[in-house]
Design a protein around this ligand. Structure first.
Ligand code: PEP
Ligand code: MN
Length: 338
């Protein structure tokens, strides 16, 4: 339920409404807009509950029931698109943000080189994982905390903003210390304890869609993070499992359209983990921009043939330059600022 207050409602009147909400055993969350204050009521609200009790308070303009299972993530609750500020980068609402970088941190030389390539191409946020979710326990498992330190070194040397994956609640404090943006990977989209934990940090979180998750489940996962106090969630479509075997996953661009209708949160696209093959990345990037995504997260490696993970889907640096040029043209056509 949402309680919309009249313009210029005074502090003590807001307090009064909040107290009333609490009397019902519900949790009030307050959102102050430019014109109006809105109180979002979290809790089990049944049809027979006294909405009218709230409607009759003089400072209340209207009471709106939200029937969608996701509330904080819903457009109904927050009609304006959310803009997430990361340093001087704005994600969402008319901006098109490209995040790029290698799959993983592999060495000091590799990550510094990567950061320089990103800077040269005007990329302000670099991705690179230190904690790696691998299907096989025999595959490269990531550099762990050592990798986080190298990532921070690359940030300190070049000024680039850094983004990295967290796989476990125990990773969250140290990753928060070294990185600017946290990522919850597809395999952990429903790791509810992890979602709650990243909900408690004050860094933006990129939440990737689980490979077999519905859009509703995806938004409910975002809801976990938001309900725990972190409103800065960026949703990422990264391909879903289908019967098709010609590529790694099916990039669900239709989901981007639906998400943009359902939520105010920014939605970005990861073509790399959908394609699994660098030859498909460029057209998928153009398509993502055309369909209304708010940005991309793309794997790029200084020397993909030597990559410890996901080399086949990593762009060569010169392919990144070309991709940015083409995507910028699409952004111009659809009225997005890149
Ligand atoms: C990644 O971004 O490196 C990754 C492992 O992606 P996903 O969680 O989408 O598989
Ligand atoms: Mn990868």
């Amino acid at each position: 339920m949402i309680i919309v207050l009249k313009p210029k409602t005074k502090k003590d009147e807001i307090e009064h409404v909040m107290e009333k909400v609490k009397e019902h055993g519900w949790k009030p969350m307050i959102f102050e807009g430019v014109e109006r204050t809105v109180i979002h009521v979290i809790g089990e609200i049944h049809d027979e509950d006294p909405q009218n009790g709230f409607s009759s308070i003089p400072c209340v303009e209207k009471v709106v029931r939200i029937l969608k299972p996701y509330k904080l993530a819903s457009n109904e609750h927050h009609p304006q698109p959310t803009v997430i500020k990361i340093g001087d980068v704005k994600v969402g609402a008319g901006n098109f943000t490209v995040i790029a970088g290698p799959d993983s941190v592999e060495s000091e030389n590799q990550i510094l080189k990567s950061a320089e390539i990103m800077k040269k191409n005007g990329i302000k946020i670099m991705r690179a994982s230190a904690f790696k979710p691998r299907t096989s326990p025999y595959s490269f498992q990531g550099m762990g905390v050592e990798g986080l330190k190298l990532l921070k070194k690359a940030k300190d040397k070049t000024g680039i903003i850094v983004e990295t994956e967290v796989m476990d609640v125990r990773d969250v404090p140290i990753a928060t210390e070294y990185a600017d943006v946290l990522r919850v990977g597809a395999r952990n989209m429903q790791n509810f304890d992890l979602l709650k934990e990243v909900g408690k940090v004050n860094k933006p979180v990129i939440l990737k869609r689980g490979m077999s998750s519905t859009i509703k489940e995806f938004l409910m996962a975002a809801e976990y993070i938001m309900l725990n106090g972190n409103p800065n969630v960026i949703l990422c479509e990264r391909g879903i499992r289908t019967f098709e075997t010609a590529y790694r996953n099916t990039l669900d661009l239709e989901a981007v359209v639906i998400l943009k209708q359902e939520t105010h949160l920014p939605v970005i696209v990861d073509p790399s983990h959908a394609a699994g093959n660098r030859d498909l990345i460029l057209p998928l990037c153009r398509a993502a921009a055309a369909v209304g995504a708010d940005g991309l997260i793309v794997e790029v490696h200084p020397d993909p043939e030597k990559a410890s993970c996901d080399g086949a889907q990593s762009l060569y640096p010169e392919q990144l330059t070309q991709m940015l040029k083409e995507v910028k043209a699409v952004c111009n056509a659809v009225g997005k600022k890149m």
